[in-house]
Write a protein that binds this ligand. Structure first.
Ligand code: KG4
Ligand code: ZN
Length: 330
């Protein structure tokens, strides 16, 4: 039987498709980005996102097969993001997968987007040493999890309000940067001095996060001064975020027996976070596992790899996918 999975990801603003084998090797991966559509609105415009997915989904799937020199006959199953995400965007991927699965006579498996991110660090190479503490920082989510092995995931603490990516995007927008502002805000921060004492909400307690107070503190600061140095605001904000994330990771590592720290999700592309996490792991003598940059942000390859977890767990295909998932339902 073939060991190739077609992974389809359309939970937000990227139409991303990949073919991945059971070891995590990526035979081909194609992404149609919608950044130019949404950058004019300062964030993702859900209706435009769904419409763009409708236009790009079939050409993206076709190109993925062509690039790998494969045909639908060569795959074992289709894995498709079933949530969490924008409902209209998810429906495009799910209905396309359901239709193709029926036409090609292939099993269709609905995958939790977050499990996809959690497994992204094992794409192309098995990097994660289990048991692992995982920090997931994306545009939609922020949480710490404990993974005893690739299949068993335990949520340790998540954000009570905003995600880290959302805070980056909103603060970036206040400083005049266009969506997605994360990468540009990082660059700006490198040029500034972290001279503004922004708060670090909930830093002294537990494994949960709260980012909205930090975001509001930046808003209040900008409204209260006659002029400001944008680079210093960026540097101070990034320093506060790093403090929060690294403190929480350290606390989680101290609580649980683990061989590695894994940082995944769009914000894992941040050079500041990569370097701070690396220092922490060196100090603690544990391994740091990071997905290559291209697998940090949303992609179909991570969905394909996570599909193997479902196959290994014996989970049957769900023709009526559950769209609104609680964060603990991996
Ligand atoms: O994982 P992702 O692609 O989508 C979601 O599942 O949400 O994450 C997107 C988020 C955006 O908020 C974006 O600003 C942020 O990841 N991001 C970054 C960087 N690259 C992307 N944040 C900080 N530094 C970066 N280099
Ligand atoms: Zn994501």
């Amino acid at each position: 039987m073939s060991d190739l999975i077609l992974g389809i990801e359309t939970s937000c603003d990227d139409t991303s498709v990949a073919i991945v084998d059971s070891k995590g090797n990526v035979l081909s991966s194609v992404t149609a980005s919608q950044t130019t559509i949404h950058s004019q609105f300062g964030g993702v415009f859900p209706e435009f996102a769904s419409r763009a997915h409708v236009v790009t989904i079939l050409p993206t799937i076709k190109e993925t097969f062509l690039k790998a020199n494969l045909t639908p006959k060569d795959i074992r199953a289709i894995g498709v993001t079933r949530g969490p995400g924008l409902i209209g965007s998810l429906l495009v991927g799910l209905n396309t997968a359901a239709g193709l699965g029926m036409g090609w006579n292939k099993q269709v498996i609905g995958i939790n987007h977050l499990r996809g991110h959690l497994r992204s660090a094992d794409l192309e190479e098995q990097r994660v040493k289990y048991p692992a503490i995982i920090l997931l920082v994306s545009g939609g989510h922020t949480f710490l999890a404990y993974m005893k092995d690739p299949v068993n995931i335990e949520l340790l603490g998540s954000t009570r309000d905003d995600s880290v990516g959302e805070a980056y995007d909103k603060v970036g927008r206040m400083l005049g940067l266009s969506y997605p502002a994360g990468p540009a805000l990082d660059k700006m921060a490198f040029k500034g001095t972290p001279s503004i004492p922004f708060p670090r909400p909930m830093i002294n307690e537990g494994l949960e996060f709260s980012l909205s107070g930090l975001k509001s503190a930046v808003t209040r600061y900008l409204a209260s001064v006659d002029s400001f140095v944008a680079e210093d605001v960026a540097a101070s904000f990034v320093e506060a975020v790093m403090d929060i994330l690294i403190t929480k990771c350290k606390r989680a590592i101290a609580k649980r027996d683990c061989a590695s720290l894994v940082v995944v999700g769009g914000v894992a592309a941040s050079p500041q976070l990569r370097s701070e996490a690396s220092k922490l792991c060196q100090n603690l003598g544990i391994e740091l596992c990071l997905p290559p940059l291209r697998w940090s942000t949303d992609n179909g390859a991570m969905i394909a790899l996570a599909t193997w977890d479902y196959i290994n767990m014996g989970i049957l295909p769900s023709p009526a996918p559950q769209l609104q998932l609680p964060i603990t339902d991996f």
